[in-house]
Design a protein around this ligand. Structure first.
Ligand SMILES: Cc1cc2nc3c(=O)[nH]c(=O)nc-3n(C[C@H](O)[C@H](O)[C@H](O)COP(=O)(O)O)c2cc1C
Length: 188
């Protein structure tokens, strides 16, 4: 077992160790204009219904677009889009059309007005189902209504944000610990 010498650490930075999932691109549409934001802070809240909690800062243009339209699409980019992911996060839809500026293709979704980003390997169409935590925590509770996922690769190279401009890129997927799982946990 490893042992570690530890030091006091600022609590405001513990997020860097916890930020788990891939960085996503959230597309939205309101009053005939589409937009995209980069998002690292999201969490699974339930499987059925499929609920995702997303932190969307109230200064983001996307904040009002998603709050008013009550819809968006969570798109998952691979590392091939890394520079674009950062540039989308550095700019605001108030100033530019991000689909045109970053040469991304907007495809019509099936269940929401917000567009899918064709260049992403997965797209989840979402509706805003709970607004009660927005004012206090900027937390949007979204329900995934429809999911589009690439047939291959099964485990693409995704980007995971560690704060301070650092990304972890997803690595190998291993099966060797599966035999240690209790059956009921494995099915979850
Ligand atoms: C790697 C990365 C992760 C980000 N994560 C979030 C996030 O979780 N929530 C958020 O509100 N903004 C996040 N941002 C910042 C927004 O993407 C940024 O403010 C963006 O410009 C908002 O665009 P908009 O004004 O067009 O909505 C992130 C930016 C980057 C580069």
């Amino acid at each position: 077992m490893p042992t570690y010498r530890k030091k006091n650490f600022p609590v405001s930075d513990v997020r860097r160790f916890l930020e788990p999932g891939p960085v996503v691109l959230v597309s939205s549409r309101w009053k005939a204009r589409s937009n995209i934001m980069t998002m690292g802070w999201h969490m699974v809240m339930s499987e059925e219904p499929s609920l995702i909690g997303c932190f969307i800062w109230d200064q983001d243009h996307s904040f009002e677009m998603i709050r008013k339209s009550r819809e968006c699409v969570i798109n998952i980019p691979t590392v091939d889009l890394a520079p674009t992911v950062v540039k989308i996060g550095n700019t605001s839809g108030r100033d530019i059309d991000k689909f045109a500026t970053f040469k991304l293709t907007a495809l019509p979704a099936k269940k929401v007005g917000a567009p899918l980003i064709e260049e992403c390997y997965a797209n989840f169409e979402c509706k805003l189902v709970d607004t009660s935590l927005i004012k206090k925590y900027s937390l949007f509770v979204l329900e995934v209504l429809k999911a589009h996922v690439a047939v291959a690769p099964k485990f693409p190279r995704t980007m995971h944000y560690r704060g301070h401009g650092l990304f972890m890129l997803s690595g190998p997927t291993v099966i060797r610990y599966r035999r240690l799982f209790k059956r009921e946990i494995l099915n979850a």
